[in-house]
Design a protein around this ligand. Structure first.
Ligand SMILES: CC(=O)N[C@H]1[C@@H](OP(=O)(O)OP(=O)(O)OC[C@H]2O[C@@H](n3ccc(=O)[nH]c3=O)[C@H](O)[C@@H]2O)O[C@H](CO)[C@@H](O)[C@@H]1O
Ligand SMILES: C=C(OP(=O)(O)O)C(=O)O
Length: 427
């Protein structure tokens, strides 16, 4: 496990360029096995999740090469094989191999995925979708076996009981080469789903309506890549740097941003009184604003993203008054709270409502990154605190923030990362 060591009372200043979206990349990589040709992705973030997906690909005899953001995947020699349990459990998106393998071979055996510890994360809607396409699904121990009937998968109408990014993507991957038409209703609308549909359509898929709550898929016989697909910018990484710049910056330009993807987040910053200069594909944050408290309620896209409720917390701690965060998607997403309290933050949680009060005397401490966004929010707080903060289990941050040490150094922050050989969970 890695640990980050951050000196306090440091202001961010300068420019930072946002990388490709984690939640797009982790869907595009499993999707690549559906192709009959090699696939080339550009702007792929250099994050642990991507490296673990490459390990999973290799176990199926799918070679991949990653160099300066370009990921080349050759699925032409793919073989059915057991998938490596450690890599599967290291991230959430490994469950996209359920849909992708089902689409490719008509069957899949995949272990239950890992991902962030943010409360219960059932996959009943994924399974409902696979069954609707005619697959038989059996759970055995910690694995799920999914098998299409003798005539293969058949298009179907699926109404999801709730809006799920993962279920929408997984069923899309299975349906893209199924026979006939699939209609997904109450589908998720996240930009990463649109990115995946664009990638698949450019290879010959027939997907309409991605980005709306009804997605219609006409099954095709084969998919072939003819050009390089560029991954969309990571709106969560962008939001994280914007929040840190507003809380503790002295002039920060965040580059490579699709500003529309951040609309609810930008609106919330503006409601707090944060000045933002919004350009075509970048946002400048002058910093130093007097901040008003707000209520943040997370919701599926285009609502306020759950993945940004923790990164905005350092900013809320600076507001003059009491703010509230209600995470409707993951009410148990609170691993930052105890750690922030140990740094002197006035933050607490009761009955699904997180209360955040103005906190002036923050002190560096030894804390643990329980999951990616909890971890990065501690990093934001560390910069505002007196003294040094040590963040243990920093690998959780590296799951989804590419080159974060270099990017922070580029914003004139002094930060170190070292490998800690003690047991996980040590402080
Ligand atoms: C790899 C990836 O893209 N991860 C994102 C994805 O996770 P993920 O795809 O796992 O999240 P979902 O959109 O599926 O989850 C939304 C809500 O639906 C519930 N649910 C989901 C599926 C299901 O079968 N049954 C069920 O009850 C979940 O518990 C949660 O409360 O969307 C989340 C919500 O925006 C983000 O926090 C994650 O960063
Ligand atoms: C919850 C997240 O990721 P995952 O779904 O990959 O665990 C996240 O990126 O904040």
């Amino acid at each position: 496990m890695k640990k980050m060591i951050v000196k306090g009372e440091q202001k961010l200043t300068g420019e930072v360029t946002v990388g490709g979206a984690k939640n797009s990349a982790v869907a595009l990589i499993p999707a690549a096995i559906l192709a009959e040709t090699p696939v080339k992705l550009d702007s792929v973030p250099d994050i642990l999740d991507v490296h673990n997906l490459m390990i999973i690909l290799r176990s199926m005899n799918v070679e991949s090469h990653f160099n300066h953001g370009v990921l080349e995947i050759d699925p032409t020699q793919i073989k059915k094989a057991p998938l490596p349990g450690d890599a599967i459990r290291s991230l959430r998106a490994s469950y996209y191999f359920m849909g992708a393998l089902l689409g490719k071979f008509g069957e899949a055996t995949v272990g239950f995925p890992g991902g962030d510890d943010i409360g219960p994360r059932p996959i009943d809607q994924h399974i409902k979708g696979f069954k609707a396409l005619g697959a038989v699904v059996e759970e055995e121990g910690n694995k799920v076996h999914i098998k299409a009937g003798s005539e293969g998968l058949k298009g179907a109408r699926i109404f999801f009981d709730l809006v799920s990014v993962g279920a929408t993507i997984n069923v899309l991957l299975a349906a893209v080469m199924a026979k006939g038409t699939t209609i997904m209703e109450n589908a998720a609308k996240e930009p990463e789903i649109v990115d995946l549909a664009t990638f698949l359509n450019n290879m010959g898929a027939k997907i309409r309506g991605a980005g709306t709550d009804v997605i219609r898929i006409e099954g095709v016989d084969s998919l072939k890549a003819t050009n390089t697909h560029t991954v969309i910018p990571d709106r969560i990484e962008a939001g994280t740097y914007l929040a840190f710049a507003a809380a503790n910056g002295n002039g920060v330009l965040v580059k490579n941003v699709i500003t529309e993807h951040l609309d609810p987040f930008i609106a919330k910053l503006q409601e707090m009184g944060v000045r933002l200069e919004i350009n075509e594909d970048s946002i400048y944050v002058p910093g130093g604003d007097l901040l008003a408290p707000v209520t943040v309620k997370t919701a599926p896209y285009p609502g306020f993203a759950t993945d940004l409720q923790q990164p905005i917390t350092p900013l809320l701690l600076k507001a003059k008054g009491t703010s509230q965060v209600i995470d409707t998607l993951y009410p148990g997403r609170v691993l930052h709270i105890k750690e922030m309290q140990s740094m002197g933050a006035n933050i607490s949680s009761k009955d699904g409502i997180i209360t955040i009060k103005n906190s002036e005397s923050l002190i560096g401490s030894e804390v643990s990154a329980g999951e990616i966004r909890a971890g990065v929010s501690l990093l934001g707080l560390a910069l505002m605190s007196k003294g040094t903060t040590v963040i243990n289990n920093a690998d959780n941050i590296l799951r989804g923030y590419e080159r974060i040490i270099d990017k922070l150094r580029g914003l004139s922050i002094k930060i170190e990362i070292i490998t800690d050989n003690r047991e996980d969970g040590d402080k």
